[in-house]
Write a protein that binds this ligand. Structure first.
Ligand code: PLP
Length: 392
């Protein structure tokens, strides 16, 4: 069975739950995208910008000191932090902006949490001379002031969102509202494998380059496939980007790491797959943090990029079918992971990725010596150093 099916479903998840005004647009976008992904000129153009502008392929680096510290694990880092703008988000924004141009759109909008997607969208818009508006929660603006400044330098207009929890979910609500009113000239660049069909498919396809490269690089270095892939999960795009190329390699375990925030026994976490029942948000059906009345629950994580009460529908499907396993790591452990990689390898990771590094300690305790792991190092921590300075 193809995933997603023709209606954009991954089993019971996914789909397209949107107002009538967006339905026609999404159907058109799906048609255009399906034609473009088979079009050699488009694929070559995307590959050109990934290589020449973003800096692909990224290295698959054997972290020897980290591996020695963890004893049982041999850890390879897929260095998405080395990309232009500092995170995997640039892969997807370059892909979507090329689609937008082919559709004749002149205005780009995007939502952002940690600011990495906003910076990537503003970067791509500047590259092609398009107008760009970024919606960002006021709380995230406070946490990620450096990225806000970067977006403005790149010529984007940053609109603070003061409704709800003033984080990513609310920014996405506002972006959808803008989109409904300016549908004709506007292209909405969604930053993760979330939202209505065809976005989860489209973002996965643009991020899949991570896993395709990592699989080839690992085979060249180790002459076998890895035992585990591990990546952090906010909406799920860097994890899906790594996982997808290994989907059929049944011996390769996949582990997604969510944010347990202040603890899974509190309401202050973002562990959607660990704790959320199924629901509909932002045009898609997936696991969703909800209160007892079914209202969307405010998510929390020290990492702004993981602070999202929803998750991409394909991850919900992977969890339900047992293809991937999802675990959660709290704020405190994430800060420990942040320091651990900085000191052992001289690489300051994004706070989002730091959750994965902390989880490696748990995985190491359960593993036998020589277990191989690819960690998706989704971004670098420059954006987080101000925040960390206040926390430690
Ligand atoms: C560096 C980094 N990693 C991970 C994420 C989480 O997003 P996703 O789960 O879509 O990869 C973000 C989101 O902003 C991010 O900036």
């Amino acid at each position: 069975m193809a995933l997603p099916d023709k209606q954009g479903h991954f089993g019971e998840f996914g789909g397209r739950y949107v107002p009538e005004t967006l339905m026609t647009l999404l159907i058109d976008l799906e048609k255009q995208f399906n034609a473009l992904r088979r079009n050699k000129a488009f694929r070559d153009e995307f590959a050109f910008y990934l290589k020449e502008y973003a800096g692909r392929p990224t290295n698959l680096y054997l972290a020897e000191r980290l591996s020695r510290h963890l004893r049982t694990l041999k850890v390879y880092l897929k260095r998405e932090d080395l990309l232009h703008t500092g995170a995997h988000k640039i892969n997807n924004t370059l892909g979507q902006i090329l689609v937008a141009r082919r559709m004749g759109k002149t205005r780009i909008i995007a939502e952002t949490g940690a600011g990495q997607h906003g910076v990537a969208a503003a970067t791509a818009a500047a590259l092609f001379g398009l107008e760009c508006v970024i919606y960002m929660g006021a709380e995230d603006i406070r946490r990620q002031s450096l990225n806000v400044f970067r977006m403005k330098l790149l010529g984007a207009k940053v609109i603070p969102v003061t409704s709800g929890s003033q984080t990513l979910k609310d920014a996405m609500n506002e972006a959808i509202r803008d989109w409904v009113t300016h549908v004709r000239e506007t292209f909405y660049i969604i930053g993760s494998v979330a939202g209505p069909h065809p976005y989860p498919l489209m973002v996965r396809e643009f991020q899949a380059v991570i896993g395709v490269e990592a699989r080839k690089q690992f085979l060249a270095k180790e002459r076998k496939l890895p035992d585990h892939l591990v990546a952090c999960v906010g909406g799920g795009s860097n994890a899906m980007g790594l996982f997808h190329a290994f989907y059929k390699d049944k011996g390769v375990g996949m582990i997604g790491v969510e944010a347990a925030g202040k603890g899974l026994n509190t309401h202050e976490h973002s562990a959607t797959l660990s704790k959320g029942p199924v629901g509909v948000m932002h045009g898609s059906k997936s696991n969703l943090l909800q209160d007892k009345d079914g209202q969307v629950q405010v998510a929390h994580s020290v990492a702004a990029g993981l602070d999202y009460p929803g998750v991409g529908p394909e991850h919900a499907y992977y969890q339900k079918t047992g293809r991937a396993q999802y675990v959660a790591v709290d704020d405190k452990a994430a800060i420990r992971g942040f320091k651990m990689l900085s000191r052992l390898e001289g690489i300051i990771p994004a706070l989002e990725t730091a959750h994965v590094l902390a989880y490696l300690e748990t995985l190491a305790r359960k593993s036998k010596k020589g277990t191989t792991v690819i960690v998706n190092l989704s971004g670098r921590g420059d954006k987080d150093v101000n925040q960390i300075q206040q926390l430690i």
